[in-house]
Design a binder for this molecule. Structure first.
Ligand code: IVH
Length: 671
């Protein structure tokens, strides 16, 4: 391919990928498989790597993140970003209508929309391309978080064909889809990391992260609900929503009743009633409904108070509550030994599901609520996924009841619990002898994102533990065919599968091994950073506190946790054992090469050079991840030409469109 062909290939791939993105993330109707999508993206990534001059700011490759932001610069909003006044009853909505009628007469149409419980964002487009994304901030100025917003796949980087003005801003709400939020917390639980409390705050925190790659991994989403432009061609709000949807934005759809035209307050109340029920079936949280006067002309006539638009109001849903009785409290022991108190309730129906348990967080929370066994309690499903007890109804308290005395010993192994200063949770310190901790650590070790050991699941771990075949992670590697085959319910194939899985795990990279060890606060990302920084387990094991916090993203808490872990004899023994069976405890050379500038490129070296001998040049190519090939073909990426390159080679290169570079250009590529 010559350069013009490369450029047009890049353009074509970008367009195709953006279209598939739209089909998948906006329409939820993908027409190719994830695998095919990944292949196209990979092709584009490789081309952009080889020809960085053709990589654009809004290429679909930006979706995967990678840009690191040091600070988020403050940006002045072109149109102030206001909030809405809240209402909680039909009466207040009727009052709103009265105010509107008084100011502009009674010929008014309304639009009802969902009130998304997320983070407001203003996104500016210029010539059909995303130019900048700004948070609300104080309403006058916000923060430029463009790189992070570009990773949100339902937000178009380039618009489809359309009659949009040269410059406009679209506003909406970024949120954490509930299924994605749940998986994130499940992963964190496995990694022994503290859980995120609710999707809204997590979305907000995610958008302020400095590494856009992490943001990309969180899979946020966004609905758009406001169009702003000096050249606004629409007559009303409803039209703007429908039209912007056609340009590629994820706009609420009338056919899904996510937006509706209403001609009076009765219709508005119907919309509210419908969503008060239906909201539990959405994969995102809403906390109410927004009612807007539809006509732009009328909006203008109504104007603003000092704080809010007079043409819109929010109706907030009440958090659903139920009354029930606290039967007992149980204490769960996690893989890291953290104790979580759980309230066992008399089953009660709340927001469409039967609630039997509620989270009580920790000892302080129990003391604060002064909740006692037998108490009548109010439970609420608020922003949090697991319902919580919000209050005790003291009227029904049994006089003989006593304050809860929090467990002092581990409910599983009777070891005395400890609570470190400044920490909310109690811990069972018996890491090596407490069954749920041992099994939890093994389950984490074999899990897909850690060692990914085929053939073993939670049930197998339970069985191996019960039968005394695996009392810690290291024991897994002492399993033999005979030992496994002896177990009832184990067929030959299953036993062999497990052994194969264990054998294959010896090739799993160091960063996964580090994550799999289950060190507190060392989740996947931290493990990656540690592996990259320290390269070998020996370096990590001999690092001091100061050396640990020098590594990227490693703070005091993580450093202390690593030192604590490595201080324990049993953990050092475990690492030695895993080393001796052949697990990876060093970053492998091949991975270093992946990150090198010539990765994936094929070179032909021809002629005589002044700065290198031919062998030196070939060695440099390999050192930087490139490959030397003998003859020119369509797969050749570059020819490095010295003096006296043969004319036939030159001719062939030109015919195949292979780029010819000199040694100086090559030096630039590797420097
Ligand atoms: S319109 C001037 N529409 O709720 C009116 N806001 O307290 C601008 N929100 O700041 C807002 N869903 O972050 C509007 N369909 C919707 C909304 C919505 C959620 C948020 C937004 C706003 C806050 C108002």
């Amino acid at each position: 391919m010559n350069k013009a062909e490369v450029q047009s290939k890049i353009e074509q791939l970008s367009k195709e990928l953006e279209e598939h993105n739209y089909n998948y993330y906006v329409l939820s109707q993908p027409i190719i498989s994830d695998y095919e999508f990944d292949m196209l993206l990979k092709e584009l990534q490789q081309l952009e790597q080889q020809f960085p001059e053709f990589a654009t700011a809004n290429s679909p490759t930006k979706r995967v993140g990678g840009d690191i932001t040091k600070t988020f610069p403050t940006v002045l909003h072109k149109y102030p970003m206001l909030s809405l006044s809240n209402s909680y009853s039909q009466e207040e909505i009727t009052d709103f209508e009265k105010r509107v009628h008084k100011l502009i007469g009674s010929d008014v149409g309304y639009v009802c929309e969902l009130k998304y419980d997320g983070v407001a964002i203003g996104i500016r487009y210029k010539n059909g391309e995303l130019a900048m994304a700004v948070t609300r901030g104080d309403g006058e100025k916000g923060e430029n978080i463009t790189a992070n917003v570009k990773t949100i796949r339902s937000i178009p980087l380039k618009l489809k064909e359309g009659d949009y003005p040269e410059e406009f801003e679209i506003r909406g709400e970024i949120f954490f889809p509930l299924d994605k939020f749940q998986s994130l917390n499940e992963e964190r639980e496995k990694a022994g990391e503290p859980l995120f409390a609710n999707p809204r705050n997590t979305a907000s925190g995610t958008l302020k992260m400095l590494d856009s790659k992490v943001v990309a991994g969180r899979k946020l989403d966004c609905y758009l609900y406001g169009f702003y432009s000096d050249e606004n061609q629409f007559k009303d709000h409803f039209e703007s929503i429908v039209k912007t949807g056609k340009w590629g934005f994820k706009s609420p759809l009338p056919e899904k009743k996510m937006i509706a035209l209403c001609s009076n307050i009765d219709e508005v109340m119907d919309f509210i009633g419908y969503w008060d029920n239906e909201r539990h079936n959405l994969n995102f949280e809403i906390d109410g409904v927004v009612i807007k006067v539809n006509s732009y002309k009328q909006q203008k006539q109504l104007g603003f108070t000092s704080k809010f638009p007079r043409w819109a109001i929010a109706y907030k849903f009440k958090s659903e509550q139920a009354v029930t009785v606290l039967n007992s409290i149980s204490y769960q022991v996690g893989r890291t030994g953290a104790i979580t108190p759980v309230a066992n309730l008399k089953p009660v129906l709340l927001a469409g599901t039967t609630v039997k348990r509620a989270s009580l967080h920790n000892a302080d929370q129990i003391a604060k609520l002064d909740v006692r066994i037998g108490d009548t309690v109010f439970v609420e499903k608020g922003g949090e996924i697991i319902p919580k007890i919000i209050e005790v109804n003291l009227e029904f308290r049994v006089h003989s009841s006593e304050p809860i005395s929090y467990v002092k010993e581990c409910p599983e192994c009777d070891t005395e619990l400890i609570r470190k200063e400044g920490e909310a949770n109690h811990y069972c310190p018996n890491e090596v002898g407490c069954p749920p901790q041992i099994k939890g650590k093994m389950e984490h070790f074999i899990s897909r994102r850690a060692m990914n050991i085929d053939g073993i699941g939670q049930e197998t771990i339970e069985l191996l533990y019960q039968k005394g075949l695996a009392k810690n992670i290291g024991d897994l590697y002492d399993l033999t065919f005979e030992k496994l085959f002896d177990l009832e319910s184990f067929k030959e194939k299953k036993a062999q599968n497990i052994l194969n899985g264990l054998e294959a795990s010896k090739q799993i990279p160091f960063e996964n091994v580090l994550f799999a060890l289950g060190i507190r606060y060392v989740g996947e990302t931290v493990a990656k950073k540690l592996a990259k920084h320290f390269k070998t387990i020996d370096n990590l094991m001999s690092a001091s506190f100061e050396e640990l916090i020098e590594a990227e993203e490693i703070g005091d808490k993580i450093a202390e946790s690593i030192l604590d872990y490595l201080d324990k004899e049993e953990n050092r023994v475990l690492i030695e054992k895993l080393k001796s069976v052949g697990l990876q405890f060093e970053t492998r050379h091949v991975e270093v090469l992946h990150a090198t500038p010539l990765w994936g490129l094929n070179f032909v070296v021809s002629g005589v050079f002044s700065k290198f001998s031919r062998d030196e040049l070939k060695a440099e190519i390999e050192k930087h991840g490139g490959k030397n090939v003998g003859s020119i073909s369509g797969k050749t990426s570059y020819i490095i030409a010295g003096e006296n390159m043969g004319p036939s080679k030159k001719e062939k290169a030109e015919k195949l469109g292979v780029d010819i570079i000199d040694e100086d250009e090559f030096i630039k590529m590797i420097s």
